[in-house]
Design a protein around this ligand. Structure first.
Ligand code: CU
Length: 160
């Protein structure tokens, strides 16, 4: 009789409802996953160093440099960005590819253009039309590509 009692009590323990361990925290889990993904992205994201002012020489590599500028002061509306690339001897190199990605850091993604290629002009300038649709802080991130490899990354931040 006593033995049955013990068995009853012990087996009863197994039927206790399990303690709800962090039940209903699917949301926390999702937030943690998103944060982890963002951090992983940031870690693999290439760095764009701030460039000297428009009109100044920006060193690239092996003596190469670029000079960038705009067809007019940047304000709301359209403008054309110009990039010239020079060899160490000061000759224009028109064999490269230049791309730019533009966005407003304060509302990242809202006006992001993605990487867009500059077009080479007759004068050997790399040109890209820009569209500034909102007052505030903007960034332009440019990449110079040689034989399919990025050899330079730089950024220009401005306010309108
Ligand atoms: Cu905006």
């Amino acid at each position: 009789m006593k033995r049955y009692l013990v068995i009853l009590i012990v087996s009863g323990l197994f039927f206790l409802p399990p303690v709800p361990v962090e039940a209903g925290c699917a949301h926390c889990e999702q937030a943690a996953q998103l944060a982890a993904a963002a951090n992983a992205n940031a870690a693999t994201m290439p760095e764009y160093l701030p460039m000297p002012s428009p009109g100044d020489k920006v060193p690239i590599e092996n003596g190469y440099y670029l000079i960038y500028g705009f067809d007019k002061p940047l304000k709301m509306g359209r403008a054309i960005m110009k990039v010239e690339i020079f060899t160490g001897e000061g000759k224009k190199d028109t064999s490269l590819q230049v791309k730019a990605d533009m966005d407003m850091p304060s509302m990242r993604g809202a006006h992001a253009t993605g990487d867009r290629p500059f077009q080479l002009s007759n004068k050997g300038d790399y040109l890209l039309p820009l569209s500034i649709v909102m007052p505030g802080g903007w960034e332009i991130k440019i990449s110079v590509i040689k034989d399919g490899k990025v050899i330079f990354r730089g950024r220009y931040d401005f306010n309108v």
